[in-house]
Write a protein that binds this ligand. Structure first.
Ligand code: ATP
Ligand code: MG
Length: 140
């Protein structure tokens, strides 16, 4: 099963790409694709379209387009649920000890990482950032 992780702009600014990637691979995820990039406000709006009616949509899409991000296509058995366990609650104040958000997130908005919320969305979201050819080239 695949899931999409994103190291968000706050974590890139904190220089913890390596620390977060190490925790992901130590938890048994295989990296199928990874890139450092910026997305526009319009691309952030498209990616988070499901949240377009939420009061924090403007803040969220401004934040996600505020600096470089690192999308990572991951593969593992039970990847979606296991990755959400690894990152912890959306609000770092409620995240379990040792989770990526507990360790690196600043606030509910600037919360260090994204993780897909279903198997179907994992496929869609991996496809948002990676072509199939980019992933196949890295399979092992
Ligand atoms: P993600 O989808 O990024 O993995 P999530 O699934 O834990 O996070 P969602 O409910 O999907 O949480 O919200 C998407 C993102 O919107 C959150 O990660 C956070 O960055 C932002 N967000 C959610 N709730 C709030 C809020 N109350 N105020 C500000 N930003 C919020
Ligand atoms: Mg979500």
């Amino acid at each position: 099963m695949r899931t999409l992780a994103i190291i968000k702009p706050d974590a890139v600014r904190k220089n913890v790409i390596g620390e977060i990637t190490a925790k992901i691979t130590a938890a048994g995820f295989r990296i199928l694709g990874m890139k450092l990039m910026r997305i526009s406000k319009q691309q952030a709006e498209a990616f988070y379209a499901v949240h377009s009616e939420r009061p924090f949509f403007g803040e969220l899409t401004d934040f996600m387009s505020s600096g470089p991000i690192v999308p990572i296509a991951l593969e593992k058995d039970n990847a979606v649920e296991d990755f959400r366990t690894l990152i912890g609650s959306t609000n770092p104040a409620e995240a379990a000890e040792g989770t990526i958000r507990k360790l690196y997130a600043s606030s509910i908005g600037e919360n260090a990482v994204h993780g897909s919320d279903s198997e179907e969305n994992g496929k869609i979201e991996v496809g948002f950032y990676f072509s199939e050819a980019e992933l196949v080239a890295n399979e092992r």
